[in-house]
Write a protein of this length. Sequence first.
Lengths: 218, 218
Amino acid sequence: MVSPAPLVELRNAVVLIGGFPLLSGVDLELHAGTLSVVTGANGAGKTSLLRLLGGLVQLSSGAGVVGGVDLVKGDLRELRRRVGWLGHEGSFYDDLSVTENLTFAAKALGRPTEEIEAVLGLVGLENRATTRAEQLSAGQRRRLGLAWVLLRRPELWLLDEPYASLDDEGRNFFDQLIGDVVKSGATVVVSAHDRLRSTALAPRTITMAGGLVVGDER
Amino acid sequence: MIRTALLVAGKDLRIERRSHVLLWQVLPFGVMAMLLTGLALGPARAGHSASAPGLFYLVMLLVTLLMINRSQVIEDSPGTRASVATLGLDPAGVFLGKALALAVELWLTGVVLLAGAVLVLHTAFVGTLSALPSVAVTLGALAAAGTLYGALSGGEGAATLLPILSLPAFAPLLIAGERSYSAALHGGSLWRWWVISLVALVAYLAIGVLLYGVLEES
């Protein structure tokens, strides 16, 4: 039986910004419907790897294909449309309310705005619908970012430090949601300083240091 | 493209309305700058309508630089930039939307300053009314060129680079605007200068539609 082609395939991937190497030659394969956790110290290259997979930075040398899009010759805009990105910074407009942010995203994506109410219920922000994003707590901001991704229903989820600044309830919520997303067939890549707390998710753990993959446990 | 433009313009204008930057910072700055530059001309020319067109466009230039910077800062958070990139918005539509929002803000400021010129600099009310079409077109062209140059000079560096980069684009607009406003007040060839602004508006819009995506990617 022939195994399906990987969703992500990187060969000696190098990303340089201003001549400084953020990724120094990464080889990686990820298959659809899997959960991977990228761990490592600050500056190890976790965020850069996720940004490369999302088409948010360009490959400087090496080769890579994500979801059939060639990272060197392909249309990175097309790739970006297919990924969901949750950054550890704010991922939305601070002067707009929760609903206004999601309405903007829904209209940009051509999704019916009626979906917003359901998504707000999923992330537990139904009571904060009219609150300006800048007035949300760190955990609520993370949930708003997640709602933005949920509206998209992407095939590849890229979650950059989703557990940062979250309390136990928030971490459990993210664990459960990530599990549900993987079960639905989507691919999830999470960057985190530590391994995921929930062993039930049984993720693949990729360890990075100095812009290289230095460990890979399945 | 038009749908995206209206979506982006609506979002930018809503953010400006919420942040009160136009109302509490830009408009008072414009009024004060107009009064102070009028006084700087000396007692013989202060309060003289012949100075009004030059002072008006000098102040509008400063306001334009302020507002372009503001328009870029809205999108400047790395997280917001990444999230919005994954929405797959048409770059031409984004350019048109941001230029439209900036034009609306400049038009509002322009109306206040024109009224101020009637009250303080004693410009003829009827002449000011006949200058409105040329002022609207010139400010629209400033907004289109400014949006283009704002993207070119980049978010945080915009305050430094923008005045230098935009000089060749703004200089002919300011000359044409000042000449047509003077012609409306004191007689002369209004339409010849007005057409120069109109051609510049169309040219900057066309360049922006074609190149904004390239600027965003770079």
